[in-house]
Design a protein around this ligand. Structure first.
Ligand code: COA
Length: 116
């Protein structure tokens, strides 16, 4: 599919592993050796919660969403805190950095490489 004129490029740096059913949109930058677990979707409207460092990564008017080097991002959810969403116990999809790449992750990434 063609990108709209003026769309920011998506940048996926070296040695990033992109799992199945992932989507990376709207000028997101995924830094070196990051891992996107199955079903992770990134765009400018989805802040990424980093439970390791406590940072919340998000895009701004001038800056892209940046996934840090070695981050392992998985598809998560967060409870809606107000309004009908709270009343109805809804959760919304959100990407979560659960860890930074370690030896265990490396083994899984190598296995994926071998299977492809
Ligand atoms: C991300 C991935 C590589 C696992 O990495 P890992 O470093 O081995 O992760 P760990 O097993 O140490 O898990 C760390 C934590 O994240 C959770 N987690 C790991 N992968 C997850 C995922 N994909 N979705 C949700 N949670 C996940 C684990 O349950 C664990 O939680 P806990 O600490 O509360 O127990 C793997 O889950 C994955 O998504 N692989 C991609 C497979 C795929 O899509 N293949 C098709 C390619 S076309």
């Amino acid at each position: 599919m063609l990108e709209p004129v003026g769309a920011l490029p998506v940048i996926i740096e070296e040695e990033v592993m992109v799992g199945g059913n992932c989507g990376v949109y709207e000028g997101t930058v995924v830094k070196r050796r990051a891992v996107l677990g199955t079903g992770t979707v990134l765009n400018r409207s989805t802040p990424v919660y980093d439970v390791v460092t406590g940072a919340v990564h998000s895009a701004s008017a001038d800056e892209p969403l940046v996934i840090p080097e070695n981050a392992v991002v998985v598809a998560g959810s967060r409870a809606v805190a107000q309004g009908r969403g709270k009343e109805w116990n809804l959760s919304l999809y959100t990407p979560v950095i659960v860890k930074y790449r370690d030896a265990k992750t490396d083994v899984k990434v190598q296995l994926e490489d071998l299977l492809r």
